[in-house]
Write a new protein. Structure first.
Length: 185
């Protein structure tokens, strides 16, 4: 029903599968905050996939959701061992994230200059977004807050927060395409 435009169906999906999916994630990580983040990222990925109508109903939604969560957990540990970066998704087959450029490592002077230019371009692009989307993007990707923390901070629901992040990223990609902005080193 969510794929057909019934936004309320998302709340039903979350409520129906929240406990089992969160338990699955928690027992892999044994960290409440990290489990919440992975849970939220999992539903973010689910929402995007459903909105793009790429999910085929086979009656195994929870298995599909657990597979997404499993991949996000693996990606978390891979990233933790290599480069610290913040992204709206770290799913292997997803397209490039403009926020993957935020990293903690020392670059040579050329990479530093390119990084500064990327950050400057990114901040200019953010100014083109509606104020509520700007705030959510900054809180999520620059301040590193979880979706739950952002919802509490902005006094909105998690669904509203997820939606604003999703629309902000769609809008940023459109801006990149329209202005032929490249945010890579």
């Amino acid at each position: 029903m969510f794929q057909k435009g019934n936004e309320a169906a998302l709340a039903v999906l979350i409520e129906r599968h929240q406990k089992e999916l969160f338990s699955y994630i928690y027992y892999k990580l044994m960290d409440d905050d990290l489990s919440n983040d992975i849970f939220q990222d999992t539903f973010m990925k689910i929402i995007v996939t459903l909105k793009q109508k790429r999910y085929n109903e086979e009656g195994k939604f929870i298995l599909w959701a657990k597979r997404i969560a499993h991949n996000l957990i693996i990606d978390h540990f891979r990233l933790k061992s290599k480069v610290q970066k913040v992204s709206e998704t770290t799913y292997d087959n997803d397209e490039f994230s403009i926020f993957d450029m935020l990293q903690d490592k020392e670059d040579n002077i050329e990479e530093q200059l390119i990084g500064l230019q990327i950050n400057e371009d990114l901040h200019k692009m953010l100014l083109c977004l509606p104020e509520n989307q700007q705030e959510i993007v900054k809180l999520r990707f620059f301040d590193g807050l979880s979706f739950k923390e952002i919802a509490e901070h902005t006094n909105t629901s998690i669904n509203t927060t997820l939606g604003r992040v999703r629309y902000a990223l769609i809008n940023l990609r459109k801006i990149m395409e329209e202005h032929q902005i490249v945010l890579t080193k």
